[in-house]
Design a protein around this ligand. Structure first.
Ligand code: SF4
Length: 399
């Protein structure tokens, strides 16, 4: 059993990133988590991700203070609690980034960019801030829930990416440079590949990293992809994890059961969940959530088309049929004994238990499934006692 030492470097990397957001000499682009970050970085923008801020509000358990503030403005507390936490935090003129990183508030955007490949919520969310900051906003309307990916889909998204270039040129004051874009995309591809290999170390028994650790270690691949910093970070992390694999050192003491967590994390209960599973010798080794920032299709030789392909084929944007296939593969490759579906109250987009998937998956693979109710940020939708009882009974059943 070990602690992941790279966490120290991670803290440094993430602190520098957030502190950098306070540098008013830099132009900042706001981007959705699976938006075209590489394209933005090629214009020299620093990229800020409101969803990452939402996760910070969840982790620091400050969401509960802010959600009602956004609700008063008409943003229902049944919609994405990243959105309501983030807008509520803005309206309250308060964010943990002030206390932890010395910022004056959220960074002022020069441009805002969304991609509806994950959900339509991000569009409304960024529109709110575009109005507040009187800043330009552009977005990609992605074809949704793809079964097969058609040539027309990729052409459509490619054209939308290209149409944003004049807006980015104007906001950055820099002319588009395809070589810079290729370079950024290559860096992003390399980092994403290292991240993939880091996650895949958990295929080993015992697993050297758990889902709960991965939700923290994925920080750089979300906010710094397209930079040397992210690439370097994942070289360090992978190197450490491979060392643990060689020594057969697991992230938990006595791994007996292997779990796949499907859906969003419960940010305010990460530690609790991590300790609960570990106490019962269950390692949570796989997820589609952390895999969402693996972009195998990036190709600097076809920068626009490959970006369109990579961002259109993310798990959340696939059909039920494709999603089930992805899940079956994870169960097989990670030698999974049970799947826990998190039915996240305010994110139906990334809750895959509502249309019979747990039952179909069990029928197909023979692996036990469990659905727990909760939320990414809004802890009013989470019952610790009820969830603990369910998870304990589930693990018991597998043993
Ligand atoms: S995918 Fe879910 S959690 Fe993410 S922004 Fe959309 S609604 Fe919110």
């Amino acid at each position: 059993m070990h602690k992941i030492e790279s966490a120290k470097l991670l803290k440094e990397v993430m602190t520098n990133y957030f502190v950098g957001m306070g540098d008013e000499s830099k132009k900042i682009a706001w981007c959705t988590s699976v938006g075209p970050a590489e394209l933005l970085r090629s214009f020299g923008f620093e990229v800020y991700f409101p969803e990452n801020h939402g996760a910070l509000l969840g982790t620091t358990r400050t969401s509960g203070d802010y959600i009602p503030v956004a609700s008063k403005l008409g943003y229902s507390s049944d919609i994405c609690s990243y959105l309501t936490s983030d807008i509520g935090s803005y309206l309250s003129k308060d964010t943990p980034m002030m206390k932890h990183y010395g910022l004056k508030g959220v960074p002022k955007p020069s441009v805002l960019v969304y991609n509806t490949n994950q959900c339509r919520e991000v569009q409304d969310w960024l529109m709110f801030f575009a109005k507040e900051f009187n800043a330009p906003i552009v977005g990609v309307q992605s074809p949704r829930h793809l079964d097969e990916v058609k040539k027309e889909d990729i052409e459509n998204v490619t054209a939308q990416f290209k149409s944003m270039l004049p807006v980015f040129e104007k906001a950055s004051g820099i002319k588009f440079d395809i070589d810079k874009f290729r370079e950024t995309l290559k860096l992003s591809k390399e980092a994403t590949f290292l991240w993939k290999r880091s996650l895949e170390t958990a295929k080993n028994i015992p697993a050297p990293i758990s889902f709960f650790d991965s939700t923290i270690h994925m920080g750089p691949i979300v906010v710094l992809r397209g930079t040397e910093i992210a690439k370097h970070y994942y070289e360090v992390l992978l190197n450490e994890l491979e060392g643990h694999v060689k020594q057969s050192s697991g992230i938990i003491e006595n791994e007996k059961t292997r779990i796949y967590w499907e859906g969003m994390p419960i940010w305010g209960k990460l530690r609790y969940m991590s300790e609960l599973f570990a106490k019962h010798n269950a390692a949570v080794v796989a997820s589609t959530y952390c895999n969402s920032w693996i972009f195998d299709d990036f190709d600097e030789n076809k920068p626009f088309e490959s970006t369109a392909l990579a961002y259109s084929t993310i798990f959340i944007n696939r059909s039920e049929k494709v999603k089930q296939k992805v899940m079956e593969n994870l169960i097989n490759e990670y030698k999974i004994n049970g799947v826990v579906f998190h039915d996240s109250k305010t994110c139906f987009n990334n809750s895959n238990s509502r249309f019979g998937m747990p039952q179909r998956l069990k029928e197909k693979t023979g692996v036990e499934t469990l659905v727990i109710e909760g939320d990414l940020c809004d802890l009013r939708f989470f019952s610790e006692a009820q969830t603990t009882t369910k998870i304990e009974a589930f693990i018991e059943q597998m043993n």
